[in-house]
Write a protein that binds this ligand. Structure first.
Ligand SMILES: [Zn+2]
Length: 314
């Protein structure tokens, strides 16, 4: 299905009432979603970035014959996973307490509109935002919090079927959750898994590596990332190797005083050098810098440095 921003989506049926709503292209904002169906009930895993994109998701599920969504799980607080929440006014919306706490502050729609305004068009951050976010229509988005929160692990029931939520953050973000459907051997990993360079807003990287272990410990054979194609456990292990490489290369450079934005673009990436969106390592390096005991870097500075890294290497 063609999207208004030029991207493409498809619905993969994983069997046993499990569906993955997948975006074919990488880049910001194109997040996968999922649905679990049992006995007349539908649970949705993540909404989309904009209201038109979420309406497209709803229509795709309807065409697949799924009944209206009664439960929504938000894997984390980034807008591309939860800014469609308002289109499910009758659903129970479930997220970790840490996700609920950060949802109002996570690059809110008003900030996105300001970053896209003409007055910032001359800055690297303004140009980068226009390039990667300019096609998204944030009109009408009202950040809508979860109705149910939890910490640790909780089990939901969809038409008698068990869906287990494991809080594995802080990793990519403050309150990351993975969604395990034990009777199907499927995990929806949210942004604990990416197909291209991931971005680490919170971390540390050690927690993220442990979060991947938690995916593997479920024994699931099919894992749906927040961005990118479905993988098997070997795909999770490969992503863990990426995270370990980044940690091992970034840490000594930051200790030695290399600025985080230079360290991000300096590290050798070996087998991962061809992944798109390398500039995201700037944000990952900024978070790692903070975990080494340094003061936090303001988000506006991280965005500007990330944008500069993109245009310097483009
Ligand atoms: Zn995402």
């Amino acid at each position: 299905m063609q999207l208004s921003d030029g991207g493409c989506t498809s619905l993969a049926e994983l069997g046993q009432g499990i569906y993955a709503f997948l975006h074919s292209d990488s880049g910001w904002g194109h997040s996968n979603a999922g649905a679990v169906y049992a006995d007349g009930k539908t649970l949705l895993i993540d909404t989309q970035y904009t209201l038109p994109m979420t309406q497209q998701l709803i229509e795709t599920l309807r065409q697949a014959g799924l009944p209206a969504v009664t439960t929504v799980v938000n894997t984390h607080a980034n807008g591309d996973h939860c800014w469609g929440n308002q289109l499910f006014p009758n659903a129970n919306i479930v997220a970790s307490a840490a996700t609920a706490a950060s949802m109002p502050h996570d690059f809110p729609p008003a900030l996105m509109r300001r970053l896209l305004s003409p007055e910032l068009a001359g800055s690297a951050a303004g140009r980068y935002t226009k390039l990667h976010f300019g096609a998204f229509d944030f009109d009408g988005v009202v950040v809508t919090p979860p109705t149910t929160t939890f910490s640790g692990t909780t089990t939901l029931t969809v038409g008698g079927r068990r869906v287990v939520l494991h809080e594995v953050g802080p990793a990519h973000s403050d309150g990351d959750v993975i969604v395990h459907i034990p009777d199907a051997g499927v995990v929806f990993a949210g942004d604990i898994l990416f197909g291209d360079h991931p971005v680490m807003w919170t971390g540390p990287l050690d927690n993220w590596i442990s979060a991947c272990d938690e995916i593997l410990q479920t024994g699931a054979t099919r894992i749906v990332p927040g961005h990118g194609p479905i993988v098997d456990p070997d795909g999770v292990r490969e992503f863990q190797q990426y995270l370990a490489l980044v940690r091992d290369e970034l840490t000594p450079r930051l200790y030695e005083g290399m600025p985080y934005w230079e360290a991000a673009m300096d590290i050798p990436l070996g087998p991962f050098r061809h992944l798109p969106m390398r500039e995201r390592l700037v944000a990952t390096a900024a978070a790692t810098y903070r975990h080494l005991g340094n003061p936090p870097v303001p988000a506006a500075e991280v965005l500007e440095r990330m944008a500069q890294a993109h245009f310097d290497t483009a």
